[in-house]
Design a protein. Sequence first.
Length: 742
Amino acid sequence: MSSALDEDTRRALGEGRETAGAMLRSAQKDGQKIFIVFLIGFLGAFYALQYRVWQFLKDVTKARMSQELGEQVVIIAQTPFDVILLQAKISLAVGIVVAFPVFIYFARDALEERGYWPRSPVAIWKVALVGLLSLVLFALGLFYGYYLFFPLMFQFLAENAIAATFEPRYSIVKWAQFIFLLTISFGLAAQMPLAITGLSYTEIVPYETFRDKWRYAVVAIFVFGAVFSPPDPFTQIMWAAPLLILYGFSLYLAKIVVTARRSSERTSFRALAASKWNVLAGVFAGGVAAAYLFYTRGAVTAINAYLDTSTVGTYTDYRLLSAGELLPLSPTLNAVLVGAALGLVGVVVALMYFVLSTLDEDVPDEGAMGDPTALDLGELDEAGVRAAPLEAFAALTEPQALQLASDAMDDGDHAKAQAILDRFDEAETADIEGDGDVAIETPDADDDGDGDDETAPGSIEDRATRAGGSFLSELTEGERDEDDIGGYYTDIMFIVDSVTSKAFWVVGWFMLVLGGTFTWLYSGGIGEVKNDFLDRLPAAVNPDSLTVITLHPVEALIFEVKFSTLVAGIMTLPLIAFLAWPALRERKLVYGRRYVIFGWVGALLVGLVGGFALGYSYVAPTVISYLVADTVSANMVISYRITDFFWLIFYTTAGIGLLADIPVLMVLLNTAGVSYKAMRGRWREVTVGILTFAAFFTPAGILTMFLVTIPLMAAYGVGLAVLFILTFGGRRDLVNPRTADA
């Protein structure tokens, strides 16, 4: 059996392991210094958490909450070791992060040997400037998160939980992990200007890619926010808005840097600043004057008065610092210092604008340019090749382009060789005459239009394609009998394709049901379900003795999303079956016309409603009453976690209906041509499917998964027993598959 990884991938992994080992050996002699730095970071973070950070995080959590709401939000430790172990884990991570740059520095010899270290010396001030800029951006991301996003988000989450009659009892582990995860995400997101500018400047990712793919960036930002923030529209907007602004600013900054790099001989920053000194001085003076007037003309007092009236009763009121509170200096001097900082920012922005304007003016008019086909591409470097007009490459033949690339390879300039091939492929597929016709289409060269040759030997895309092809070939090649997974591949893909062609209806219906269910739960429906259910408990059980808590800040919202997704999935299954029925019938998996699906839906609905009514009226109250009575008799406090409580309600109500539907569905499948013997012989596949379903749609834990799997398998056994009786042991199916009407 061939490996699923191709030779290039295995070689890359081997080189990575060798490089890591060489770095460890190179830094081994300085291990004590690295350990000392790690220890300083570890101990500093440990004691900072113990004496300052926890209280600070509590204040941030309750910053926008009223006094009454803040008192109901409690941070709890579930085990005696929660706090100290959490502090140790966080401190360990901080120590590793602090020691990692030192480790890289001492391992530089191994990196130099393998060509991963800059060959030309980099000025210390440049490294320090990049590091300082990175820290400033990271700090700005944290400032936005801790002083605007977190207070508003936690206020919303607490109010939503209280409105649903839940008690916010945040586990310190889950609460801290949630905060630190968002902290890291905000800090990394703030690095966007530095990352985009650096990638564009080094031509690792061309500036034009970031500019042309902005739509994908917008989608990625919202998807990223959906993963790392609560799933409500307000929080999504608060997350995405600053990132979109940052992306736009990053594009502007990258354009200036890239244009300056490509035109470095025509522009002198010092000369430009000298020629515009009067404008820059005016911007600086304007910043100083604006800050001075802001602090001396009552603006701070007016803003603080508005904040006091708009946040009366909050746990921690927001207010701006007056000029006398900024630094231990006079108010006038503080105002001047703030103005100087503001003026410097304005000077930098104005200088960036002048640089870009000057570079744009220096670009010669297209009509005044010489013959682009006379350009000597062999004399250009990589940046010049990528900046050269497409007409110069369109005039080349393929052998000429390959010869130029070969000459660059002989000179050791692999980047230039790749740039020549990329630009030649781009010219071949582009409409350089503007007549709307594509001159030549080179297959498998630049399928996505990003200027990269997807089929270039050794490229990442090529490796991934070959590795994926090797893996799929193991599934699809060889013998294709009914017991081989490859034998099912064609049938499965045929059915999937038949449904994919109608994906608009499937996705639309799924999102409609999901959105409606989530909106109902989100707007108070989950609290109504809880109160109505507790009212149905026996009189011997005091509803006040049972409380439902949230251990995670977004636990209620996550449950609402999961439950809504489950409901939408169940409601979408009949539509998928209806659309896939012709393909299933063509593959001889079912028989009969697909309109029988409507009858199926009715029969399954009767079973679901009947089972739900039985569970809601008898099973669920009996089970929960027994659990509550047992806990009360042991003199324990009853605080059920929201996910466990509501999944228990779901399993003992709707779950009964789903169990009742399994035998009904098996009988319906038999009427569609699925024989009793096939269902009995495929019980292993059914078990695997049920285990997979339980793993995705049940709370975490192996025990819970098996508690769901066992009743489902029992219902499957009941269905087999019913079919055994109806089909006389499989000798006479309800519909004979061989003679059924197709």
